[in-house]
Structures are given as C-alpha cells and as structure tokens.
Design a binder for this molecule. Structure first.
Ligand code: FPP
Length: 251
C-alpha cells in the first residue's frame, strides 16, 4: 500500500542522491525488551522498505551507512549478526534488485569484511552492474577520514612519482580518489534516532548537503517517514553559497 503522502510530493524536485545514517536499532530493541540483534533485523526491513520507495519515486542514488569502522569494536556476537544480516539481505534481495534494475555496490574498507561477505558483495555488484534505474550503495567498514587520508596518500604517491604536480590537485581530482568518485554528492542526508551528528560519514561529500534529523528510530523509519523527510527537503532553499538573486539568474 502506498502512503497518502505521496501525492503531496513534487516529483520534479526530488533529490538525486539521498544518504542515510540508519541509527537507533539497539534502542528500538531495548525499549521492547528484545536483544539488539532483533533491532538490526527490523532495521533490515526498513532498508527493504526505503529502497523500494526510493526506486519507485525515481531517486538515482541511495547510500546507506550500515557499518562503520568503529562498529568493529562492538561485541563480536553483534558484529557477526550484522554480517549475517547483510549476507541474508544480499541473498534474499538479489533477484529483486535485478528485477527492479537497481545497481548494488558497497564502499568502505571492504577487505576487512569476512571473505564470504566479500564474495557475496562482489557477486551482487557484478550481477546488478547493469542496473540503470538507481544505484544502492551500502557503506561497510566505512570511515570518512580514512577515505580522505587514503585519497591524500594516493595523490601524494603520484606526486612522488612525478606523474602529478601538487598544484594540479583540485577539488575534482581529489573527489576522483574517493569511493564515491562516480556519484554526485548527496542532496539530502537523513539521520534517524534523534542524534545530531555526522559520525564520520561522507565528510567531503556532504559539503552542501541538506541535513534532516528525525527522532524516529531506524526500525520505525518506513515509507511515511521517508516521504516526510523528502517533503521537508522540498521546502529548503538551496543556494550553494550564492545569493537568491544569483540563483534566479542561473535558473
Ligand atoms: C545503528 O543502530 C545501526 C547499525 C550499526 C547497523 C545498521 C544495519 C542495518 C539496518 C541492518 C543491515 C543492513 C543492511 C544493508 C541489510 P545502533 O545499533 O547504533 O542503535 P543504538 O544507537 O540505538 O544502539
């Protein structure tokens, strides 16, 4: 069933790229007396719901923060459960992603993931590579500062080898070294669960992104909440550092 909010959305002014920090699975579970894993399971249902809505509406890119570099320090049982959930998601959803013409990809320090998960990610990425309607990117073992340092090291090495002059390093060239090199920057970042932080997510890419924070915990974030966030985005006035007059002339 689609939400009664859908007709209120202006389909001509949707963000191209939405990034989401999916937070609050643990609290959702604790409030109900469940263990944290159950919260992640429900969170995976929200992933399914949000991917479907994003694709139906015609968003081009959806990027989800599923596992941060810091998350490796969580109890081993929780880390294993998250890896298991990811495997299960890839297995269960692969046919659906293909049918829906969605390209799946993962970003982050993927070599740190269990070999089995890496193989599944590679298989899912290859099997959906032709997906032209939407790109679903899942950030795993991801940390934005590490991504930026890695980019700096790569460019420094090119300068050392004499194939690049330091003055030739521009914003565009730098962005080309990031995991997100073939994606536009997010237009909208959503964070659930009432936390007002970026938590080392896409620090470079979020420079001009609109930020939306909601108290809703991720397992409760479904179509209705997603549409509410998109409607809020549509009320924003994006100026990219210019004056309103300049924006009007450009348009
Ligand atoms: C944050 O909640 C959520 C995570 C660390 C994991 C997100 C993973 C999923 C939604 C499920 C699997 C993902 C996919 C792509 C199928 P938290 O545990 O930090 O919550 P808390 O702050 O309330 O403790």
């Amino acid at each position: 069933m689609t939400s009664p909010l859908r007709p209120q959305l202006d389909l001509t002014r949707l963000p191209r790229h939405v990034a989401i920090i999916m937070d609050g699975n643990g609290r959702w579970a604790q409030r109900r007396g469940y263990n944290r894993i159950r919260g992640h399971q429900e969170g995976a249902e929200s992933v399914r719901a949000v991917v479907r809505v994003a694709r139906d509406l015609g968003l081009s890119y959806l990027t989800l923060y599923a596992f941060s570099e810091e998350n490796w320090q969580r109890p081993q049982i929780e880390v294993q459960s998250l890896m298991h959930l990811l495997s299960r998601y890839l297995k269960k959803e692969l046919a659906e992603l293909r049918a829906q013409n969605i390209a799946f990809r993962a970003i982050g320090a993927l070599s740190l993931l269990p070999q089995k998960v890496q193989r599944e990610i590679n298989a899912a990425s290859a099997a959906t590579a032709e997906g032209a309607v939407m790109t679903l990117t899942v950030a795993l073992s991801y940390g934005s500062r590490s991504e930026i340092v890695r980019a700096a090291q790569e460019l420094a090495e090119q300068v050392r080898q004499g194939v690049l002059a330091a003055q030739e390093i521009t914003h565009e060239l730098f962005a080309q070294q990031l995991y997100t090199k073939d994606m536009p920057d997010p237009d909208l970042l959503i964070r659930t669960s009432g936390e007002y932080r970026i938590s080392n997510f896409l620090l470079w890419q979020l420079a001009y992104t609109e930020l939306y924070f909601t108290e809703t915990l991720w397992p409760d974030f479904r179509e209705e909440e997603f549409l509410t966030a998109l409607m809020d985005y549509q009320r924003r006035d994006r100026r990219f550092g210019l004056t309103q007059e300049q924006i009007e002339i450009k348009a």
